[in-house]
Design a protein. Sequence first.
Length: 432
Amino acid sequence: MTYFSLNKNAPNVSFQEAVVKGLAPDRGLYFPSEIATLPTSFFESITELDTVEIAFETIKQFVGNDIPATELKRILTDVLSFDFPLTEIAPNISALELYHGPTLAFKDVGARFMARCLGYFNSQKETKEDVTVLVATSGDTGGAVASGFYEVEGVEVVILYPSGKVSDIQEKQLTTLGKNISALEVEGTFDDCQEMVKQAFLDEDFNGKKTLTSANSINVARWLPQMFYYFFAYKQLKNQGKELVFSVPSGNFGNICAGMMAQKLGLPVHHFVTGTNANNIVPHYLKTGEYQPKPSVATISNAMDVGAPSNFIRIQQLHGNDISVLRKNLSGYSYTDEETRKTMLQLFKENNYIPDPHGAIGYLALKEYLAKKNGLYGVFLETAHPVKFLDVIPKRISDEIEVPQSIKAIMDKTKKAEKISTYSQLKHYLLS
Ligand SMILES: *Cc1c(COP(=O)(O)O)cnc(C)c1O
């Protein structure tokens, strides 16, 4: 298996190289050169397979020979050591809860998989050289990466987050681990963090001094394992007989793009729906045909505050770069914070379900799409545990949320972060 750069101006690379590099030298995202549909027998017998077997069958072609099968299975067993339950909340509508991992957000799977792949590659090297994972976070990525990479040999992690713009729990998750994980508190926005990270990747002064890689969802090892969720849901819903619609609350569009990859592998999906907050670049594009990235706007669903969704180019690639093909497979809607809050209350009161702000947007988008259709089964992805957003959830609901033990433990730990505000401070930090 090789990967090519979507900017088409860089050599093809192996899985290992794509993971270690993150981004191609021409700044393009890596994309698999070939995608083989899974055999019908896989879908016929899926209800008899466990999560690790499903994950192995679906990812093995993308890893190729870079990780031996037994090792890949061991990695997947380790990565997928928690549940992915489907909770029916109304007739023909279920929430796929992806927040039962260590940092209570769906990003745990991708971050853990990438960390273990890098750990394996390091263990195979004769001369050890440390890799520095540099990552900008608007909230959830940082915690998932910190936890996923904690104590992985040969990997240093540096996380940049916008000061005052992540929730208390999120901040604790990324600033309290120590060891190979450090956090930089940036006086600025998420876009500023992202910009500094990009500048570091382009900076030739690091050549020969530091190997920098990215753990954002542009990295194929973070992006591709997200396919698993859709197969897990299909396994549980296969026998109900209706065609499936997946609604994915989106920011960088990595998660939904992985769902589309699952569909490419043969997973029967009738349609995808995306819900965004005020950062509505993709819904706007689907409506008008104009793609206009913008500076991000802060909302209560902060993990989706993205004004230039980096994975959208992969979505276009999967749809032949043709908007009419894409429109047949994807619908998009955007919602205000007010609508999000109202929906959280409604789900709580009428359906006895406590969503987080991101999941609430997924639910809203699903309802909007299904209102015009009959005979479909809708699944919205619940991407984070509501406890992570206590400060923005209506009080009536937040009083009902039980704080998990893992969170209680982390809240007592001391935050360790260095404040920076400029790129030169970041560079100095990395080189010292
Ligand atoms: C990251 C994140 C999203 C958005 O996922 P993308 O892959 O960036 O579209 C949605 N919800 C939560 C809770 C997240 O952490």
